[in-house]
Design a protein around this ligand. Sequence first.
Ligand code: LMR
Length: 332
Amino acid sequence: MKRLAIALFAAALAGAVAAQQPIVIKFSHVVAPDTPKGRATEYFKKIAEERTKGRVKIEIYPNSQLFKDAEELEALQLGSVQMLAPTVSKFGPMGVREFEVFDLPYLFDSYDDVHKVTDGPIGRALMAKLEPKGIVGLAYWDNGFKPMSANRALHKPEDAKGLKMRIQSSKVLDAQMRALGAIPQVMALSEVYQGLQTGVIDGTENVVSNFYTQKMYEVQKYLTITDHGYIGYAVIVNKKFWEGLPPDIRTTLEGAMKDATRFADDGAKKENADALEAVRKTGKTQVIVLSPEEKRAWKKALVKVHAEMAGRIGRDLVEAIYKETGFDPKKL
Ligand code: LMR
């Protein structure tokens, strides 16, 4: 009898202790903390921990500390980490190629255009395609529009001919570089600086906040403001973990994610503008601002990627986004 009482007491104690343990969320990403994604992740941590009164603890691992680009999605599916915010360009290799629609050159003229997709049924339908992969999509976060950089001045699209250009793991970005006569090279973000330094690659494309915080200005002489593509993020969570959370915690985290999304989107544009000023101040990279005629030449050179890749992405999806944003490839 006494032994049973002790066992019951021990079990109750263990239960109480476990209940005291915070739920830990490992949030891994590949960029620096002082970037739109880095700051938004920190903000999410702050408000999520406050609002759950410490019942949730968010551990952030920036700069590919835990996992590089290609590894992080698998780690999420395995439950080695609970949350990620990869770019929307990174879902092709896991078979959700529809997300590569975001990589179509000059598809979006503005953040408002992007939000017509991410804040609507198209954005939700894309996230739902992740569920069969054991992933739940929580939100879209903005970053910005990409310039192109190299150690050769890129004024005209043909100036990129023959250059080895680093891209993310997207077939649409691959087609984009080939449309310029360049040689696309998929590489993890954490390897880009060294790749440029050693000449394994000649150039790349990335938002200025990444170009600056990855110190690419030390290894790139020119940065051309082409605005040819958009980088944004899908904030995702391991489905089993998410559905296993106490409902009140999940609701609180959903609220915190909403506010972190507003924080991310409100800050992204300015952060990239500040980073561009910082790049200029280094005096190491010459910033090339294209004239309207020059930009039109880039649009004309890259529009063919839309027709070439529509089959892979899904024609209906591409048409639906054209309708939503008013994009017309014939008008470029
Ligand atoms: C990249 O590989 O360039 C991106 O992952 C960067 C980012 O902002 O996540």
